[in-house]
Design a protein around this ligand. Structure first.
Ligand code: CTP
Length: 524
């Protein structure tokens, strides 16, 4: 049997995994049964990007708000009628927590009647089989996958299948969702689903879509990996104008969005995780009027997305200004400024910068300057015992990197010269084995003396841990090298203090006096 907890643990990002733990603890403390559901399960099993975490609780999640906030989550939106809260978990992981519910559609185009339910009932109200699974996060059944519609099989066959014949009639937004998922995964609709889709389209069910569903579907575009392709498919199917009646591909900055997604991937490959959502919305609506943009923004339930989208241009301008100023006068200072900026701002500015100098600086930051890290002489640093075990290692490594960036260390020899003063003293030799009287006597009595085994040589270059390349940090400008050197000046080798017992007091006093004499002279 598949171990879904293990799959979840290796598939989620560290921040998402921490987020699962956080929500799990809060739900457990409140005595609510918790499940990971919907798209999160689909993506964990199928290997697709997990964009957000969908949780379902048996009970009312609205009453978890305070505890979630105390645990470090931010509530970004609340839908009272559906008893759903949208949260942002530490590290930018997005999640929503819904109440397990049944939905009864009494009138087409009217919101359903919602009643609290069990998780099994909840799975029956969902859109597609691949979205109708739940993973238990509860003590006793943790790791149990509920899959009443054989979603795993449809994931394997790669098809999108509705749960029942009335799915599109009950919730016409599922027509848009079907197109979106088909475009995202490049999977077909299952045959019967396709037939229902076609007749729903012909019957203009979409005219009954709820306004709240439109907002959800617009927001979902922000987090697509290939939003341009999805938007093209939505336009082809006639759904883009459902999201906003002026929306066509002509309103989209196609070059901008292509460039954005390319740069985003580049940053992801470097280990950054910029939330491209606000920038995606910016480019998808580039040629809209302000009024239309404001209307679209009003329909989106996640206010954090809307706010970030609204502010994106101003924040980018601010960063560009700083990049043109003294604060970024040298490569090292530019590096520090960009390292401390939000990854999403670096991403957006990389694509929209108007000043060539700004564009070049970001380009260097993302490409050329990273290669300078290769010039840090890690093997030699290990030989010098400058390894991550040293408390001052991050600072030393960062200083070398900054000096290399600024061209102040131009050769390996210069770099090693800079590094040498930071080398710690070699470890002291192990104390000579003490010999007890009995052992001494035995040794004397022995006909042949066995030479004592030499201990490990002092300063022997052991296998020091592989020195890590300094993480690009936002540390403040480095103090002068001499200062750092002073701080990490090697302590007097212990070997000296291990020398034979004190010299006669007189001799020592004379030596001390001699040592101080010149200093005293100088003072005068
Ligand atoms: N859902 C549904 N019908 C809808 C909207 C949502 O049944 N009209 C259910 C689906 O089970 C879906 C879950 O609610 O998986 C969460 O909704 P949402 O976050 O919109 O969908 P995801 O599947 O997570 O899609 P995405 O990958 O785009 O986040």
């Amino acid at each position: 049997m598949a171990d879904y907890i293990y799959t979840m643990e290796i598939r989620l990002t560290p921040d998402q995994l921490k987020g699962v733990g956080l929500v799990q603890d809060v739900a457990r403390a409140a005595g609510l049964n918790l499940y990971l559901t919907g798209g999160a399960i689909r993506d964990i099993i199928s290997g697709f990007t997990i964009r957000d975490l969908d949780f379902t609780v048996q009970g009312n999640p609205l009453k978890l708000q305070k505890e979630l906030e105390k645990a470090g989550a931010k509530i970004t939106a609340v839908e009272e009628d559906m008893r759903t809260i949208f949260i942002s978990l530490p590290g930018n992981a997005r999640a929503e927590i819904s109440m397990a519910r049944t939905e009864r559609f009494e009138k087409t185009g009217k919101p359903p009647l919602v009643t609290p339910a069990t998780i099994h009932e909840d799975l029956r109200r969902r859109d597609f089989t691949i979205n109708a699974m739940a993973l238990s996060l509860n003590e006793g059944s943790r790791g149990l996958l509920l899959d009443p519609f054989n979603g795993v099989a449809d994931l394997e066959t790669k098809v999108i299948r509705i749960l029942h014949n009335y799915s599109f009639l009950e919730d016409p937004s599922r027509l848009i969702r079907a197109t979106r998922f088909a475009a995202r995964f490049h999977w077909p609709l299952e045959e019967r689903t396709q037939a229902r889709y076609d007749s729903a389209k012909e019957g203009k069910y979409i005219d009954h879509i709820l306004r709240s569903s439109i907002g959800h579907e617009i927001a979902a575009l922000a987090h697509e990996d290939d939003p341009l392709h999805v938007v093209k498919m939505l336009e082809k199917e006639g759904w883009l104008e459902v999201l906003h009646d002026h929306w066509t591909l002509a309103k989209v900055d196609t070059n901008g969005i292509t460039q954005l997604m390319k740069t985003r991937q580049q940053m992801v490959d470097m280990g950054y995780s910029p939330d491209a959502g606000p920038a995606v919305m910016y480019f998808l609506t580039s040629h809209f009027s302000e009024k239309d943009i404001s209307d679209i923004q009003k329909s989106i339930p996640r206010k954090d997305l809307v706010e970030a989208w609204r502010d994106i241009e101003d924040h980018a301008k601010e960063l560009a200004k700083r990049l043109m100023g003294k604060e970024a006068a040298t490569p090292s200072r530019t590096w520090q400024l960009l390292s401390s900026a939000r990854a999403e701002m670096v991403l957006f500015l990389a694509v929209t910068a108007k000043q060539q100098a700004v564009e070049q600086k970001i380009k260097n930051y993302l490409t050329k300057w990273r290669q300078v890290q290769q010039k840090i002489p890690l093997p030699e640093m290990t030989e010098l015992l400058i390894t991550p075990q040293l408390p001052e290692y991050p600072k030393i490594a960062n200083d070398v990197f900054m000096l290399l960036l600024d061209g102040k260390l131009r050769s390996r020899t210069e770099t090693l010269k800079f590094l040498k003063p930071f080398a710690p003293p070699p470890p002291p030799p192990p104390p000579a084995p003490r010999r007890g009287r009995a052992a001494k006597a035995a040794a004397e009595a022995a006909p042949v003396a066995v030479p004592a085994k030499p201990g490990p040589k002092a300063g022997k270059k052991g296998k020091a841990a592989a020195a890590a390349v300094p993480a690009p940090s936002s540390a403040p400008p480095p103090p002068k090298a001499a200062k750092v050197a002073e701080k990490s000046k090697p302590a007097k080798p212990e070997a000296k203090s291990a020398k034979p017992a004190a010299k006669p007091a007189k001799k020592a006093a004379a030596k001390a006096a001699a040592k101080h004499a010149p200093a005293e002279k100088k003072k005068r």
